[in-house]
Write a protein that binds this ligand. Structure first.
Ligand SMILES: [Mg+2]
Length: 365
């Protein structure tokens, strides 16, 4: 298999409304599209990968990605591979040698593997080791930080569209967050919520918000990254005293982090993201290890298009499913630059069967 070229271009898509979390505000995606063109037996196949930045959650931003990926494109053009598989292959070694950041690495790996899967004629999840069994993929929908009345309206419209689980961004100011939860409890009674503070709280604030949520009658499925990633004492305390599943996201950026989280009981579960962990191979390994350690799994993304979400859905399929699926950001975009990948009915995503990711550029271009 010959890698003819990597095409690198900005992937900037407007959001319907600003995505506000404790540490960032986004009005457009800050991503880069990678297309890998490979040739085998005289036929060419193009695969796609999304390098999705969400600074400061990711250290890389769109301008850095354009530079590092252009360098990768120069170094990789014309390279020959014997294999199209994953662990321990030439691709993994070559990606390590490039010393790209995790966001850039994940996009190059995804594009090459998508092209490889298309050439083999198998869905990407088969290349990742799935037996071909599809699992049910039902995502939550995110409510950013904002005004209680507006978020309550949004929640009602999402509920009417079939969504039953809300990922609620909190972590800026506890009293404001509490007002939002109260408004949600009125608007969508009995709603299931997954809180995410993006490192914004002290343990005291996190524990108090959980008390409030229960008092309002909300069903809290889990609470993601309540405290700063390196505040192990605070995280361990919320995990021990919160009475709810705590999910490590920013705290879990590598296999080494995962081992620390398990050993010190910093969380009950971890959030897997391709852009954070550096691609499909590393995310698959981390997900499998987390299962061995008895930790729960969430599958998430940065603010990604249908392309990045489809890649994650294939990874979830290869893992045999996860506990919480958070693959909703394509619903938050004002337009969709891609077609295919999956078909969505309300919150349910069904992968389209066929070679690779089955994602294509939107015909309007
Ligand atoms: Mg998170």
């Amino acid at each position: 298999m010959l890698l003819i070229e990597l095409l690198v271009s900005p992937l900037t898509v407007a959001l319907i409304e600003p995505f506000v979390i404790a540490t960032a505000v986004m009005t457009h995606t800050r991503a880069v599209l990678v297309q890998a063109v490979i040739e085998h037996d005289g036929q060419r196949y193009t695969g796609f990968g999304e390098a999705a930045a969400l600074p400061p959650v990711t250290a890389e931003d769109q301008p850095d990605l354009l530079v590092s990926l252009a360098r990768a494109a120069t170094l990789l053009a014309g390279r020959e591979f014997a294999e199209r598989g994953l662990a321990g292959t030439e691709l993994a070694d070559m990606l390590r040698a490039l010393e790209l950041g995790p966001v850039a690495t994940s996009a190059v790996e995804c594009a090459v593997l998508d092209a490889g899967a298309r050439e083999r004629g198998v869905p990407l999840h088969r290349l990742l080791g799935s037996a071909g069994e599809l699992c049910r993929l039902v995502t939550d929908i995110t409510l950013p930080i904002g005004e209680p009345a507006h978020l309550a309206e949004l929640a009602i419209s999402y509920k009417n569209a079939g969504f039953t689980a809300f990922k609620v961004k909190v972590g800026k100011r506890r009293s404001d967050d509490s007002a939002v939860l109260q408004a949600l409890a009125h608007a969508v009674p009995g709603a299931h919520v997954r809180l995410d503070a993006n490192e914004g709280y002290s343990a005291d604030d996190a524990l108090r918000l959980l008390e409030d949520a229960r008092a309002f009658g909300l069903i809290v499925e889990c609470f993601e990254q309540p405290c700063p990633r390196t505040r192990f004492d605070e995280l361990a305390r919320v995990t021990a005293e919160g009475g709810v599943t705590i999910v490590a996201d920013e705290s879990c950026r590598s296999l080494a982090d995962l081992e620390v989280i398990a050993a010190h009981r910093l969380a009950h579960a971890v959030n897997l993201k391709l852009a954070k962990l550096g691609g499909l191979e590393t995310t698959l390994a981390l997900g499998r290890r987390a299962k061995e350690l008895g930790l729960g799994l969430m599958a998430g993304a940065m603010v990604e298009t249908r392309l990045g979400l489809t890649a994650m859905a294939h990874l979830v399929t290869a893992l045999g499913g996860v506990d919480w699926l958070d693959l909703d950001t394509a619903f938050l975009l004002a337009e969709d630059p891609f077609v295919g990948g999956y078909e969505a009915t309300g919150p349910e995503l069904r992968l389209i069967d066929g070679p690779g990711l089955q994602v294509a550029l939107h015909p309007r271009g």
